[in-house]
Ligand binder design. Structure first.
Ligand code: DP6
Length: 324
């Protein structure tokens, strides 16, 4: 081992088939598998240094020191890495995102994917992609998917060893673009971790999970065949199913704002008129509108005209987490 320090970069990802609810919340073994695409151009960059002079773990995000639950989550994660590497040193973690925080793009996926690689490398571990994905999963479920490249499937598995993500196609396989319509910059009221705990209180969760294998198959096949029509249908269905669960859990979660619904209606109308696009929405009000590269400019232009849409970000398929 050399200097106990390493730096890594990871993209966030957008799920086409969603992760919502855990079979094992501590290990983050999900109720169902999920499929996503890494988002090129958006990234988290994280440096980890294990330092004998530190009395405790330290965390800085976008130049500001983090304490409380944010630090505790990273501390628990580092405990796992220290145990794997048989290391006792505390760490300094310095992380920054190049996309607006609070823009409603889940930063926990890119954050824990970058942290997994930077911390394990700094601790002298050389993990395989599957091992890295398993480690990232314990920090944030969706982070497991930001480890491999391009179009990714997280195999639900049933325990720590069997639950990790694999690449199903490289970034250059399909020129899909995620046009992200930002309708709110404010932080979400209920975070995903709490939401996963509530999923089981919805009477619809059992039905959503029971049918997930079929949707995963259809989505995987549509990606492999670059079949946008089938893809659009299953992606919107899956997003609607997850939001139906959210809206019917106890307490109920309603993430949509009026502009969210305006974009959903617009996208469906455009598709009927012959502009191939579809929407998917995570645990927040912003809408991810997916289309082919050839239509991205037109879709983004139209999105920007909708009342309540503040900004539109574009991202194509991204690569794997990597050291810098
Ligand atoms: C709606 O991975 O953010 O974006 O494991 O508690 O960190 P934790 O949750 P997280 O959940 C993501 C939920 C989602 C759907 C998805 O990305 O699959």
């Amino acid at each position: 081992m050399t200097d106990f320090s390493a730096r890594a970069i990871a993209n966030p990802n957008i799920a086409f088939i969603k992760y919502w609810g855990n079979r094992d919340p501590d290990l983050r073994i999900p109720a169902n598998g999920s499929i996503s695409m890494n988002l090129a151009g958006l990234h988290t960059r994280t440096q980890v240094t294990f330092d004998p002079h530190l009395q405790a773990d330290q965390l800085t995000i976008n130049g500001a020191e983090v304490q409380g639950p944010g630090l505790q989550r990273v501390h628990l994660f580092l405990e796992r890495v220290r145990q794997m590497a048989d290391l006792e040193l505390h760490a300094r973690v310095v992380s920054s995102n190049n996309f607006p925080t609070g823009a409603g793009i889940a930063s926990s996926a890119s954050a824990f994917a970058a942290l997994s690689l930077a911390s394990s490398a700094a601790a002298g571990l050389e993990l395989s992609t599957a091992e890295l994905s398993r480690l990232a999963r314990t920090g944030s479920g969706s982070a497991a998917r930001s480890v491999p490249a391009g179009f990714v499937e997280w195999l639900a598995g049933q325990d720590d060893e069997s639950s990790y993500a694999v690449s199903i196609a490289p970034p250059e396989h399909w020129d899909l673009v995620d046009c992200i319509a930002i309708v709110s910059q404010t932080h979400k009221q209920t975070g995903s971790t709490v939401g996963h705990h509530l999923a089981g209180t919805s009477p619809l969760q059992t039905a959503r999970v029971a049918d997930a294998t079929l949707r995963l198959e259809r989505c995987r096949q549509a990606i492999l065949e670059c079949d946008f029509a089938t893809f659009a249908e299953v992606v919107e269905l899956d997003s609607n199913l997850m939001h139906a669960v959210m809206m019917t859990s106890n307490p109920a979660l309603l993430y949509w704002q009026p502009a969210t619904l305006a974009v959903m209606h617009a996208v469906r109308a455009w598709r009927e008129q012959g502009l191939p696009a579809c929407y998917t929405i995570d645990a927040g009000p912003n809408v991810h509108v997916l289309c082919l590269e050839a239509h991205a400019q037109e879709v983004s232009r139209r999105l920007a005209e909708i009342y309540g849409v503040h900004e539109v970000l574009n991202a194509g398929p991204g690569g794997p987490v990597h050291l810098v």
